[in-house]
Write a protein of this length. Structure first.
Lengths: 255, 226, 362
């Protein structure tokens, strides 16, 4: 009985949505899974998006790996804004997305940051001086910013030197928390976390040149569940448009 | 695919953390539980509520406050820095402190129940038989509360093994220092290493079941004893 | 007085005030008698130090245990006392023997005046030593508790209604032990009870408590015979007399007992006892009738000469209670008001009393 009700409901919902689309009422909702580092920009984009299209954006924020597991297990997300490009690619290979919907919506910028003014110089010499106790990074196995951070350290030849001082946040949000609370003197964070109105808003930072690590491409996809939802399509199109691009750049991402 | 050396390091660290936490909790939880069981003070309610807080608070709340308190700007952090210990975040000692707070109610409450069940009478009898308070504790309270101590130790240990949120918030995921089993599992899942996650998670499941089995079996035999 | 117990207590709880100033004999059994809520148990707990009275002075013979004026408070475990609770409160995790040794082991060897063999023999528990408390009857438990307390060689034994939790059969089982204890050990006992029967059997001295105050304190015989106390209005009001065996009639199985300080005798049905031994008797007021002449032709055994001292109204309109003197020994008689007027009773009047029944307490 339960099973029948469950299998029936999404169908009914889809039919309802279809009806609404045909009659031309454009007040659709779209469920979006958003990488935690993109929280602030998507909120700014959402209000513009809702104003311009009449659709409603419902966002969940979290870790990309977790979203992957949830999506594979039937989570109701329709659009996925990942923190990397490998997870959307994996979903694409496994047939969980609308073919052809994958695109890079932002390229993340890595920054070495300290909550203390003047602590981090703009060439990263502070790393070589090695006078700190804790260097915070995101978990490199799970977070692209963490992987990029290890690539930067390797490039500087400091991997072994700072090995014992590294503390890992489970994601880039936690890596930021460790630094912002002063528990770690400095750490590799996403520029978007410390960037406001075109500049680093507090503390001191070295914006890492993109040549020092693989690009942190953040890809978006429309998931199978969003296949028939016009709002999903509308959102991905909107993300490619000039208004969204301006917002994304203002948070320190590149495109 | 079996457990890696990193997994074994995490298991060893977890057992070390849980054992130490349990010992510390029995030492400080016993006087707190005794006080709560026997006091007529007005502070009984507030103190009891504070001890029970970790039961209802999400571990991330405790972890967040500990991160702030033990950090360089927090009261605890300033104190530990002043006495030359530095800050305790990202250290094993910090995890022990976090675990002690987090698992406190799981030790204090069974003890408190045991002491309340014993009541004041055996203590009074012991006093009239010339036993001083320490003597009374070791020769009367301890043996009579033994089932409570066993329950408290098992729950404290098991709950610390299962701890995740607090460790995540203040640990920094350092191998052999703060990377415990639950965090290691989370890492595996995050990195989509499902096979390894299965091994560890399965081991945790079996461990937890065995612990609870031991607990419930011993409770049954205690019931027939009394 | 050289050996004496002095107790002054002032204590206030919501709805209850205790205010006592007692001088009690330093030997024998003193009963703290009163209804529940009269403060007897609180008084006992304060003397033990289990409860701490705000204003207190507690002196047991030559030892001061508490003196709030000089801020002295000897903790319970340093007071040489034995405390018997209503329930035996044996330690369930220890065997009977280990329970007995609990206190004994905590007493310095040279302070031990009661040994294990003596205490277990005295209380008839030698065969129980290897048992656990769970396998004992209520009476056995209370006897073990008593032995356990005795083994600490206390200078004062405090008993809080030790028989109250027992049924009447168990009470009869344990009472002889308490009486032996009284006879064989020279330890002063404070005995809390609300049973006149227990008090009459065991106590030498009694304190009558009511609402936290002492209404009377004195030797048991005198106190029970007082007309001005609520005791006299009890249904089983009466006096306790210590009689000395003067003769034994084997043919009729009757003991002849001489009243203290008197040449008059009471005869009671009883087994043989040696001449000179004392026997405690209770004579209830309702069992005594008064007569203006000696009734020689009656089935009543005992007829004594007495003098009327005073009288008071009893618990109802129909009766009066008369206090009489038999050669210095007080007696109470409960008679109807009608009889009083018929006999024209007045203080100083000489008459005969007829004792219908006498209860032997020991």
């Amino acid at each position: 009985m339960n099973v029948r009700v469950r299998s029936f409901t999404p169908g009914a919902l889809a039919a309802l949505i279809g009806c609404l689309a045909v009659t031309g009422v454009q007040a659709d909702e779209v469920q979006v899974a958003v990488a935690a580092n993109f929280t602030a920009p998507i909120q700014a984009i959402a209000s513009e998006f809702e104003k311009d299209t009449g659709h409603k954006l419902i966002a969940a924020y979290g870790a990309t790996g977790q979203f992957y597991t949830q999506i594979k297990n039937g989570a109701p997300f329709e659009v996925f804004l990942a923190a990397d490009d490998s997870t959307p690619e994996k979903l694409e290979k496994e047939g969980d997305i609308v073919p052809g919907s994958r695109f890079t919506y932002a390229i993340g910028t890595l920054a070495l940051w300290s909550a203390k003014d003047g602590y981090v110089d703009d060439a990263g010499k502070v790393l070589e001086k090695n006078q700190f106790k804790h260097l915070s990074i995101a978990n490199p196995k799970a977070a692209p910013y963490g992987l990029a951070a290890t690539q930067v350290l390797a490039k500087l030849g400091l991997t072994d030197k700072v090995k014992d001082k590294i503390v890992e946040g489970q994601n880039i949000t936690q890596a930021y928390q460790f630094v912002s609370t002063g528990n770690a003197e400095l750490g590799f964070v996403a520029l978007s976390q410390i960037f406001k109105d075109g500049k680093v808003s507090h503390g001191s930072a070295w914006i890492i040149p993109e040549t020092m690590h693989d690009p942190i491409k953040q890809d978006a996809v429309i998931l199978k569940k969003g296949e028939n939802n016009p709002a999903a399509k509308a959102l991905t199109e909107y993300l490619k448009g000039p208004k969204a691009e301006a917002i994304i750049k203002s948070y320190g991402y590149q495109l | 695919m079996t457990l890696s050396s990193a997994d074994f390091a995490a298991i060893w660290l977890t057992l070390k953390l849980a054992s130490l936490t349990t010992v510390i909790l029995l030492l400080i939880g016993t006087p707190i539980a005794l006080w709560l069981a026997h006091t007529r003070s007005r502070l009984r309610g507030p103190i009891g509520a504070i001890v029970a807080l970790p039961l209802v608070l999400p571990p991330t709340v405790i972890g967040f406050y500990l991160l702030l308190a033990m950090g360089p700007h927090g009261y605890v952090g300033q104190f530990t820095q002043a006495i030359g210990l530095g800050t305790l975040t990202f250290s094993f000692a910090g995890l022990v402190i976090g675990s002690v707070i987090y698992s406190m109610p799981f030790v204090v409450q069974p003890l408190q129940n045991a002491f309340t069940a014993i009541g004041p009478r055996p203590l009074e009898v012991a006093a009239t038989l010339r036993a001083n308070p320490w003597d009374t504790f070791f020769s009367v309270v301890l043996p009579l509360a033994r089932p409570g101590f066993i329950t408290a130790a098992i729950l404290g240990f098991a709950h610390t093994v299962g701890e995740f949120g607090v460790v995540l918030m203040i640990g920094g995921n350092i191998p052999e220092k703060t990377r415990v089993v639950s965090v290691q599992i989370y890492d595996h899942v995050e990195a989509l290493e499902y096979a390894q996650a299965h091994w560890l998670a399965g081991a945790m499941l079996v461990f937890s079941f065995l612990v609870l089995l031991a607990l419930y079996s011993s409770r049954k035999s205690q019931a027939s004893w009394s | 007085m050289t050996s004496q117990i002095n107790v002054r207590l002032q204590l206030s709880y919501p709805g209850f005030d205790l205010d006592l100033d007692l001088q009690l004999p330093g030997k024998g059994v003193t009963a703290l008698y009163g209804h529940s809520g009269s403060g007897k148990t609180t008084c006992l707990r304060c003397i033990a130090g289990l409860e701490r009275a705000g204003q207190a002075f507690v002196q047991i013979n030559d030892e001061v245990w508490q003196d709030s004026q000089s801020n002295l408070f000897v903790p319970v475990h340093k007071r040489a006392l034995g405390y018997i609770f209503q329930e035996a409160s044996l330690f369930p995790h220890l065997s009977v023997l280990a329970n007995l040794e609990f206190g004994l082991r905590r007493i310095a060897r040279n302070e031990r005046r009661v040994d294990l063999a003596h205490a277990t023999e005295l209380l008839g528990i030698t065969h129980l030593l290897q048992r656990t408390p769970n396998n004992l009857s209520g009476g056995e438990r209370q006897r073990v508790g008593l032995a356990r307390a005795l083994l600490t060689s206390p200078k004062l034994l405090l008993m809080d209604e030790p028989l109250a939790a027992l049924d009447s059969q168990r009470k009869r089982e344990i009472l002889p032990y308490l009486q032996r204890l009284h006879a064989e050990l020279d330890i002063p006992v404070l005995y809390v009870s609300h049973s006149q029967d227990e008090v009459a059997r065991l106590a030498d001295h009694m304190v009558l408590l009511s609402e936290g105050k002492a209404l009377a304190s004195g030797p048991i015989g005198e106190t029970l015979a007082r007309l001005d106390l609520p005791l006299a209005r009890d249904d089983d009001a009466g006096v306790v007399i210590e009689g000395r065996v003067a003769a034994y009639d084997a043919h009729y199985n009757l003991l002849t007992l001489r009243l203290p300080g008197s040449t008059q005798h009471l005869r009671v049905a009883h087994g043989p006892l040696a001449v000179g031994q004392t026997l405690r008797l209770k004579v209830q007021a309702r069992d005594i009738s008064l007569s203006l002449d000696p009734s020689e032709h009656s089935s009543i055994l005992n007829s004594l000469q007495a003098t009327v001292i005073s009288e008071t109204g009893a618990d109802n309109q129909a009766h009066v209670l008369v206090r009489l003197d038999v050669d210095g020994c007080a007696m109470l008689a409960r008679i109807t008001r009608y009889s009083r007027d018929q006999l024209n009773l007045h203080p100083g009047q000489n008459l005969w009393i007829q004792v219908k029944s006498v209860a032997v307490l020991v």
